[in-house]
Each structure stands twice: as C-alpha cells, then as structure tokens.
Design a protein around this ligand. Structure first.
Ligand code: FES
Length: 81
C-alpha cells in the first residue's frame, strides 16, 4: 500500500472554505479504515493561495478547491494501491 503524506491548510480562509469538514473527513476515514500507518496527516499555515482554496497537499502535489468527493477519490486510490 502506498504511503500518503497529507497536509491540510489550516489558514482561516481554507478552513472556512471547507477544510474544517475536509479535515474531519480525513480523520474519520483514517480511523474507520485503520490507515494510521499509511497516512501521515498534518496541518499547514496559509501559503498565500487562499483564492484557490480550500487547499491540501498530497505527497507534494497541491490540490485546490478540494471537495469531499475529491478527498475520497484520493483516499480510495491509496486504499486500492
Ligand atoms: S488559508 Fe489556505 S492558502 Fe491561505
């Protein structure tokens, strides 16, 4: 299984635009699927691209306007990798 490094922008703009829910979704997903060892989750401060938010970074790749669907897509790809 591939190891995922997920960084969620916790700046106030991204947080208000959806990362509050996105973070919760990721945490629940990790818990429900026992993926603690596979997913490294961390928070980041505003990186100045708020207009494109909510932003998350997965293995160094930046994703913008991240929706819950998008996150599930990313997480499911790890699970099946
Ligand atoms: S708050 Fe996330 S980039 Fe600014």
């Amino acid at each position: 299984m591939a190891k995922l490094n997920i960084t969620v922008c916790m700046g106030s703009s991204c947080f208000a635009r959806g990362n509050a829910q996105n973070l919760e979704l990721i945490e629940n997903y990790i818990k429900d699927n026992g993926l603690d060892a596979e997913i490294d989750l961390s928070g980041a401060r505003c990186s100045g691209i708020c207009a494109k938010g909510p932003n998350i970074i997965v293995n160094g790749v930046e994703y913008n306007n991240v929706t819950e669907e998008k996150i599930l897509e990313i997480l499911n790809s790890v699970k099946t990798a």
